[in-house]
Design a protein around this ligand. Sequence first.
Ligand SMILES: *[C@@H]1O[C@H](CO)[C@@H](O)[C@H](O)[C@H]1NC(C)=O
Length: 134
Amino acid sequence: MKLLICVALVAAVVTAQTLTDEQKAKWKKWREECREETGVSSEGINQLRTNHFDNVDDKIKAQSLCFGRKSGLINESGDVLADQIKIKLKRVAVDDDEVDRIIKKCVVKKDTPEETAFQTFKCLREEKPKFSPV
Ligand SMILES: *[C@@H]1O[C@H](CO)[C@@H](O)[C@H](O)[C@H]1NC(C)=O
């Protein structure tokens, strides 16, 4: 019985985190638009997608910034918009306390907008591997 409840819970969580077709389409569109702008390699795209954050080059960081802007999580001057990230984080976090803790930890301004975007994304994904910016 306990196992059944567990399985049902996991299924519910997995379903909740699955992106809709509309989200997937946006994701693809923004990724391609940004790829044209940044010249990031497919390998770089894969690194971001699969949470492999070692050996990232400048193009991967530029891709993070571009994607963050497209998805409205970073403004034109390169500031991370914590309130917007909160909305997306709530979908994958346990509760509001966890959201606040992660925001405090991850939204930290670095030397350049590219670095800020990348480090913020990395941190969010390390906390919540299923975090979706879309
Ligand atoms: C967003 O951009 C404007 C300038 O365009 C800036 O003044 C503002 O402080 C930025 N940051 C946030 C977090 O809104």
